[in-house]
Design a protein around this ligand. Structure first.
Ligand SMILES: [Zn+2]
Length: 212
């Protein structure tokens, strides 16, 4: 039996619904944390962590139990970190050099759409379905899939295969983060830790994949 939806908004929601939901949220936040907006968020930010995750709707930095103001966030499909991506490099510079975070979390997740697309050979059709940019973008995940094809044979069902590939992807993107010049400098100075984690969408729990 599926219980009533716990969600706030839906496809039917309009602007008024969004604004009303926001008002309620702000009231609740003020009630639970009266000093958060006026005394902390309103006076600037000093985030301790940069959270890099997939754009998936089921998780974000709040899985760490944090409040607004604690974590600087960058989310992108399948949490791909590419040296060619200006957004990736700019985010690392802003977070580490300007905001002085002392932790970078690269966090993938189970049941990742980008990973399952490559795993189930659904990437090619994207080209014919007006998703040519997504097709091109997922090249990195397709490469990851082909590189790990033999190890995947150990897993018999799609759920465990996709979880394994998500773990491989965290390790792959973790290495890219570690290769970044800004990150390398901070790590050498001893002022930055980098963690590779996996979020389980069916339990809300994180598990460690790798760290520096
Ligand atoms: Zn994903």
């Amino acid at each position: 039996m599926i219980s009533d939806s716990p969600f706030t908004l839906s496809h039917d929601s309009k602007l008024d619904d969004l604004l009303q939901a926001n008002k309620l949220w702000a009231q609740q936040m003020n009630h639970v944390h009266p000093s958060l907006f006026p005394e902390f968020n309103g006076k600037g930010q000093q985030p301790h962590t940069l959270f890099i995750g997939c754009s998936d709707s089921r998780y974000n930095e709040t899985c760490l139990g944090v409040l607004p103001g604690e974590v600087f966030t960058w989310k992108t499909v399948a949490n791909i970190c590419s040296h060619k991506d200006l957004s990736f490099k700019a985010t690392l510079e802003f977070a580490i050099r300007c905001l002085k975070v002392n932790k970078v979390v690269i966090c993938g997740h189970t049941d990742c759409g980008g990973i399952k697309t490559c795993l189930t050979h659904q990437r090619e059709p994207l080209r014919e379905n007006k998703c040519e940019h997504l097709h091109e973008y997922l090249q990195d995940i397709d490469d990851l899939y082909h590189e790990n094809k033999s190890s995947l044979k150990r897993y018999t069902d799609l759920t465990s295969q996709s979880k394994y590939l998500s773990q491989c992807n965290v390790a792959r993107q973790f290495n890219r983060v570690m290769e970044n010049e800004t990150v390398q400098e901070a790590v050498q100075e001893g002022i930055l830790a980098v963690y590779g984690l996996l979020y389980n969408v069916d339990s809300g729990l994180l598990e460690k994949v790798t760290s520096n």
